[in-house]
Design a protein around this ligand. Structure first.
Ligand code: AMP
Length: 218
């Protein structure tokens, strides 16, 4: 199954993608994670990406085309994938269609997770990431602890530089002006599955899976 998870920053795409990836046994491809890994390695791409990401701006389409092509052509993506954070522009959506066509993939499922902007701002300002395993947590989840519940690393929590309030505002602006039109593009030719992103994480995954008409063992 090829799933495109669409939604504003902070709507829960990453969390849901990880759950779906383990339930459906297909890789989770997060373009944000790919860029953050380039930043950690201080590659030329990473240095340029950091400059843009820290301002809440998008990395140029031409760079993203190369990243997505390389990733989808890898062996691990052959039997399915969950895309999280791509496409973010109409040009990227068109390029993805072209690439899927070249790879003889005719079916894709588009899942749009929705939430209101106030909730998104609250979630993004309240989240922290673990430096070691990259898992994201809310402040409520880690408040009294300095040990990561996922990988047991100590003192590893940090706030992503693009989760600061001014940057969040810019990211939402970019989402509304540049990324939202991607949904109009998909609505023209594909069926978009809309899922409410407010609620318990497990209930949202259940709702996505039901909509995808997938049965799985608990
Ligand atoms: P994310 O982790 O998906 O929220 O992405 C973090 C940041 O990485 C975004 O705010 C963008 O600066 C950059 N980024 C991730 N995916 C893309 C993409 N498909 N196109 C352009 N920039 C991206």
């Amino acid at each position: 199954m090829r799933i495109i998870l669409f939604g504003a920053p902070g709507v829960g795409k990453g969390t849901q993608a990880k759950i779906l990836s383990s339930k459906l046994n297909i890789p989770h491809i997060s373009t944000g994670d790919i860029l953050r890994s380039a930043i950690d390695k201080k590659t030329p791409l990473g240095i340029e990406a950091k400059r843009l990401m820290d301002k809440g701006e998008l990395v140029p389409d031409t760079i993203m085309f190369g990243i997505i092509r390389g990733t989808l052509e890898e062996e691990q993506s052959k039997n399915g994938f969950i895309l999280d954070g791509f496409p973010r522009t109409v040009a990227q959506a068109k390029e993805l269609d072209k690439l899927l066509n070249e790879l003889n993939i005719s079916q894709k499922k588009i899942v749009a997770i929705t939430a209101n902007e106030d909730e998104i701002i609250k979630r993004l300002t309240n989240r922290r990431a673990c430096k070691n395993c990259k898992q994201i947590f809310t402040l409520d989840e880690i408040k009294y602890s300095d040990v990561c519940p996922n990988c047991n690393a100590k003192d590893s929590f940090y706030q992503r530089s693009d989760d600061k309030e001014e940057v969040i505002k810019k990211r939402l602006e970019v989402f509304n002006s540049t990324t939202k039109p991607v949904l109009d593009y998909y609505n023209e030719n594909d069926k978009v599955i809309y899922v409410d992103g407010i609620g318990k994480v497990e209930e949202i995954s259940q709702s996505i899976l039901q909509n995808l008409e997938v049965s799985f063992e608990k």
